[in-house]
Design a binder for this molecule. Sequence first.
Ligand code: GDP
Length: 311
Amino acid sequence: MIIALAGGVGGARLANGLARILPESELAVIVNTGDDFRHLGLHVSPDPDTVMYTLSGLNDTERGWGLAGETFACMEAVGRLGGESWFALGDRDLATHIERTRRLEAGETLSSITADFCARLGIRQLIVPMSDDPVQTRLRTPEGELAFQDYFVRRRCEPKVTGVEFAGATAASPSPILVSLMRSERLSGIVICPSNPFLSIEPILAVPGVRDWLSRRTVPCVAVSPLIGGKAVKGPAAKMMAELGLQTTPQAIATQYEGLIDGLVIDRADAAQAYPPCHVTDTLMRNVAGQEFLAHEVLRYLEQLRASPAS
Ligand code: GDP
């Protein structure tokens, strides 16, 4: 079994590649919930939904988020009434949030609701929210602290980031499925997807027990760099790295995961900065074929590390 740690878009793309080539019972995707927030009275869970929509094939591949064929009539109507329309929730997507919120309020956990939604959408792999407890990613900026969606959507990642916090993390527990996966004897490798290390992977590592488990792993773990040619494919990863005084290099990504990975997968565009242990390949996932290609590369690299751990 392979465990993949993922955020939204970059995470979902590689997770989908892995899902398409591994037997369905052999993949568990642990997803960041630090971006979850309450909006219009609803519990919105952006990263688990991106992974769920992608693995079910219902995602909008052009826009990169949400459902294909989506309409936004409800949001327009909310805006007409003077309500909050800055965070676009599609008409069909709203059904996910309405039903999730109803079930949370009836006492179910986020992880059991997610598992049930996945089953109903025909997904056979495990999609596991990192925790059932609230963890909120917050950005320190010169304007003060910003909640994740205020920074990411409302302010379009413009404010300079001086630090990141995960409110609630120290009191959170890993979700029950994650706890059993961390103990599983079936585990053969761990993949850190090319998600934003600071906003998507770090919150997962901040859940008590997860970082420790990774640092004491008995199977190889590889990360895929979200940078190509020193730039993020999408989103603020490179901008944030510069603001935090880091270089936008494979080395800086590897340092971020120090002690947690056995190797880093980097793009050919960054090959000049490759250093061992590192695997150089094409990491841009333009389409499903690109996702499958990278998933094969990652699995081969894990296999190679298993065969000769020191290489
Ligand atoms: P978010 O929560 O939607 O921002 O999701 P993630 O953190 O999972 O994804 C954002 C990261 O994915 C960005 O840093 C991108 O550079 C990276 N990313 C997106 N697509 C690709 C891709 O095709 N290849 C690689 N290497 N990185 C990607």
